[in-house]
Design a protein around this ligand. Structure first.
Ligand code: ADP
Ligand code: ADP
Ligand code: ZN
Length: 215
């Protein structure tokens, strides 16, 4: 199964992708995580991407499309994957279609997580992850079961993203409406776009997504 989780920054794409990965055995492919790893490793692409990410702007299509094209050829993607944060432009969506048809596969669902803008700043400013395994948490909405210990790996170090501040969030939202929202009609026309109410609890959103995937 190949699924796209779509939505503005902070909507809950990563949170839901991590759950689907655990429950359905599909791999989570987060272009944001891949780019942050490239930045940390100071690769050629990482150095090009860093400035854009800090400024809350999109990284160039060429870089992101190249990263995804390589990644989906790997063995662990054979049973399917969840795209989290890709595609973010119509050009990326078109490139994805080409890659998938070359591989003889097709998208099963594009799921838009709908969240009011007013909720996104709180979600993003409370967001943090395990430094070891990247399991996602939130200061008030999703705490580890044991304070200071990652549920997934037992790690005790956590980190926050450099771009998760109020000023950058505003720019990322503008980018979302200018460049990413136009991808929605692209998938609507193909008849594979569905919506879930992302204002509900994490468990409720997970149940809405599970119902779509089971249909
Ligand atoms: P969020 O989940 O909060 O939207 P991500 O981790 O997906 O954030 O992305 C962080 C940053 O990485 C984006 O602001 C952008 O600079 C870059 N990025 C991630 N995915 C893409 C993409 N598909 N195209 C262009 N830039 C991307
Ligand atoms: P995205 O990947 O779309 O940028 P995340 O999955 O990282 O968003 O979620 C942003 C933050 O909001 C995280 O700290 C997460 O724990 C929290 N969160 C996710 N979904 C919900 C929800 N339905 N209700 C409340 N908080 C949520
Ligand atoms: Zn962990």
């Amino acid at each position: 199964m190949i699924i796209i989780l779509f939505g503005p920054p902070g909507a809950g794409k990563g949170t839901q992708a991590q759950r689907i990965e655990k429950e359905n055995g599909l791999v989570q492919l987060s272009t944001g995580d891949m780019l942050r790893a490239a930045v940390a490793a100071k690769t050629h692409y990482g150095q090009k991407a860093q400035e854009k990410m800090q400024a809350g702007q999109l990284v160039s299509d060429d870089i992101v499309i190249g990263i995804i094209a390589d990644r989906i050829k790997e063995d662990d993607c054979k049973n399917g994957f969840i795209l989290d944060g890709f595609p973010r432009t119509v050009a990326q969506a078109e490139a994805l279609d080409e890659m998938l048809s070359e591989g003889g596969v097709a998208l099963d669902a594009v799921i838009e997580i709908q969240v009011d803008d007013s909720a996104l700043v709180d979600r993003i400013s409370g967001r943090y992850t395990c430094a070891n395994c990247l399991e996602g948490y939130h200061d008030t909405n999703l705490k580890p079961k044991v304070d200071g210990v990652c549920d997934a790996c037992g790690g005790t170090e956590f980190k926050r993203r450099a771009d998760d501040n109020a000023e950058t969030v505003e720019k990322r939202l503008k980018e979302y409406y200018a460049q990413t929202a136009p991808v929605l009609p692209y998938y609507a026309k193909k008849g594979i776009l569905q919506q879930v109410d992302g204002m509900k609890s994490i468990d409720d959103v997970a149940a809405q997504i599970a119902a779509i995937l089971a249909a």
